[in-house]
Design a binder for this molecule. Structure first.
Ligand code: SAM
Length: 272
């Protein structure tokens, strides 16, 4: 059912502050579900169920759907729409306040999410830091964010390194603002992230790896010898020695490094 009409029938207006832009194009909903490659064995965590348009499609394809929604005003709409499905569990909570591993248990699961754009990175971080990380994530995000996530050395960011360490990212399709109600001001994209079977690079420990990556990106457009010295509290001389041992030109900037180079830097740092 059309989200505009459903909301009107319940006397509700979409809330901009909750990033409520609802998908109403059936082809887009089917394509999102298809790119998640669901089977009757799959457990799906849907984040931001809204009026349930995507939940409905997911429930047809998956074994089990756990749908999270923050806005309690939408509860009657969701219950009405989804009551016929015995494989849907509705949870009214803030995803960022939810312990994902406690909710899912140790089951294998896939995330499908069309969430507010201002919390995309926070949600990805929350999922990647969970004790049970998803096997796959299919997310509707702002096109610029999708492009930042799939970036290559030259345009890397803390977000790109963090995502690519755990997952293989791919842009599935672009979405015209017209497929949402109300229309967002930006172009969107559906991005798919698949968990690596093995990390793509070997690091002695992940905490040091991420501490070094964070230090590297701590100051925009500065050379690594400066950002690492400041971020890791090293003297300039120590930062230079570290970069030399990892075989990295100290004048380079964080956005130019590959995952393999961050890993080399971590090995040099840990063995110092
Ligand atoms: N999935 C629906 C669709 O595609 O039409 C709704 C998408 S709408 C862009 C995002 C939904 O996420 C809204 O229903 C909003 O209330 C919900 N939401 C916003 N912040 C949230 C949070 N922190 N945790 C869970 N849901 C949230």
């Amino acid at each position: 059912m059309n989200p505009k009409r459903v909301l009107e029938a319940h006397g509700l207006e979409p809330r901009k502050s909750l990033g409520q832009n609802f998908l109403h194009d059936p082809n887009v909903l089917e394509k999102i579900a298809a790119s998640a490659e669901l089977t009757s064995q799959t457990t799906v965590l849907e984040i931001g169920a809204g009026t349930g348009a995507l939940t409905d499609v997911l429930a047809h394809h998956a074994g089990r759907v756990i749908a999270l929604e923050l806005d309690a005003r939408l509860e009657p709409i969701l219950r009405e729409r989804l009551h016929a499905f015995d494989n849907v569990q509705l949870v009214f909570a803030d995803v960022l306040e939810t312990d994902i591993a406690a909710l899912i248990g140790d089951e294998d699961y896939v995330v499908v999410a069309n969430v507010p754009y201002y919390i995309t990175s926070a949600i990805i971080r929350h999922l990647l830091e969970s004790a049970n990380r998803p096997r796959r994530l299919v997310m509707t995000v702002q096109l610029e964010v999708a492009e930042r996530i799939v970036a290559k050395p030259g345009d890397m960011s803390l977000l790109a390194v963090s995502v690519q360490y755990y997952m293989r990212p791919k842009i599935v399709m672009r979405l015209n603002p017209a497929v949402f109600y109300p229309r967002p001001d930006v172009t969107s994209a559906v991005i798919r992230l698949d968990a690596h079977a093995e990390p793509p690079v070997q690091v002695p420990d992940e905490a040091s790896f991420f501490a070094i990556v964070r230090a590297g990106f701590s100051q925009k457009r500065k050379q690594l010898k400066n950002t690492l010295a400041a971020g890791l509290r090293l003297s300039n001389e120590q930062a230079l020695t570290l970069l030399e041992r990892a075989g990295i030109d100290p004048r380079r900037r964080a956005e130019t490094l590959s995952l393999a180079e961050w890993a080399a830097l971590t090995r040099a740092y840990v063995s110092a």
